[in-house]
Design a protein around this ligand. Structure first.
Ligand code: CMP
Length: 142
């Protein structure tokens, strides 16, 4: 099933010049970029994006971190894109991430974990719509 998912390269990734390396992983695994934007999130945008985590003790820390530098936001497209992206990223906590995954290789901590990826196909549609109007998404399948 060709589907889309949302990916964010977090401030620790942009700060350490990992954008190209991370995008290469997605492309090497057959995912295509259907939309892409670099931006510095406002607190309001970050709080809205992570609203589901509002009651968690780490919410303030998460919003502080996500607004500490620019991020790269992408809609990735491909066969089983949501699950494939999660496989490429590895577990949320880099200490538990499998060898060869982005988080195992690059992440500093559970907070500074370099990439975000949607956790379900339903959430992917919501998250993509949060950042990209329909007109900014290109169907990238030839
Ligand atoms: P992400 O996939 O972006 O979704 C929510 C984020 O919250 C998650 O990645 C982590 O970066 C962050 N997070 C989850 N658990 C913790 C924690 N215990 N402490 C700090 N940040 C966390």
């Amino acid at each position: 099933m060709v589907e889309r998912t949302l990916s964010i390269i977090k401030p620790d990734g942009t700060q350490r010049n990992l954008i190209g390396k991370i995008i290469s992983r997605f492309e090497e695994e057959g995912l295509k970029i259907a939309a892409m934007q670099m931006k510095w999130l406002s607190r309001r945008e970050a709080e809205g994006f992570y609203a589901v985590h509002k009651a968690r003790p780490f919410f303030g820390e998460l919003v502080d971190f996500m607004t500490s530098g620019p991020v790269v936001i992408m809609a990735l497209e491909g066969k089983n894109a949501m699950a494939k992206n999660r496989e490429i990223m590895g577990a949320t906590n880099p200490a538990q991430a499998a060898p060869g995954t982005i988080r195992k290789e690059f992440s500093l901590s559970i907070g500074e974990n370099t990439v975000h990826g949607s956790d379900s196909v339903e959430n992917a549609a919501i998250e993509i719509a949060y950042f990209f109007p329909t007109t900014a998404i290109v169907t990238n399948q030839l």
